[in-house]
Design a protein around this ligand. Structure first.
Ligand code: AMP
Length: 212
């Protein structure tokens, strides 16, 4: 059975960084709903135009819209050797939809990256992403070799429009209200990972848990 690794956690908990590493090293396809939406916004598609105000307010994109985007991704994706999901599900109803769609064909591992708020703020404020390949950097801990330039593809590094001091408080509140309840929905299916540590140490722990 193919594997599907689902990351849950607050903004800045390391979901994107860990998901990319797992996808790369295990040849998994990565489902990053944030990346998909940012690409729609950059291309100014109808979905992008509808989504932008929500991202700008630090709110979640409505489930119906998000589920359409994910469904399209699932249909277009080859599936790779497995799937790793960064940022989906973010509501209990998305979690139910994911279960419904994948439980029969994938062995689903749900990992919750637990990070304290102070660390979250540090990470979000120091985060830069590549505008071309979506690689993630931290200008303190994982600096690019050349300032503002992606090591992997030479693309321009940018700060996400929602990675600001005022937005992080709003996004964290949204997370507590709408995303954290997913932990209760999944109950004992969730594995908690202490993700306050260095990305490499967190990765080792994740691999151990996936292979258990
Ligand atoms: P991320 O890159 O995962 O931090 O996502 C950035 C923003 O995209 C979020 O703050 C939401 O506005 C939106 N978003 C990403 N994934 C979802 C999702 N699964 N459901 C609703 N909104 C989402």
């Amino acid at each position: 059975m193919k594997k599907c690794v689902v990351f849950l956690g607050a903004p800045g908990s390391g979901k994107g960084t860990q998901a990319r590493k797992i996808a790369k090293e295990n040849l998994y396809s990565i489902l990053s709903t944030g990346d998909l939406i940012r690409a729609e916004i950059r291309a100014s598609t109808e979905i992008g135009q509808k989504s932008r105000p929500y991202i700008e307010r630090g709110e979640l994109i409505p489930d119906e819209l998000m589920l359409d985007v994910v469904e399209e991704w699932v249909n277009a994706s080859s599936g790779g050797r497995g799937i790793v999901s960064d940022g989906f599900p973010r509501t209990v109803s998305q979690a139910k939809a994911l279960d419904h769609r994948l439980k029969q064909t994938f062995q689903v591992t749900i990992l919750y990256l637990d990070v304290n708020l102070e660390e979250i703020k540090n990470r979000v404020l120091n985060r830069r992403i590549c505008s071309r390949c979506n690689s993630i950097y931290n200008i303190v801990t994982t600096k690019p070799k050349k300032e503002f330039v992606c090591d992997k593809c030479g693309g321009k590094l940018i700060r996400r429009l929602d990675d600001t001091e005022e937005m992080i408080d709003i996004r964290y509140k949204t997370y507590l209200e709408q995303t954290k309840p997913i932990l209760d929905f999944y109950g004992t299916r969730v594995t908690l990972i202490n993700a306050n540590k260095d990305a490499e140490d967190v990765y080792k722990e994740i691999i151990k848990r996936i292979n258990e």
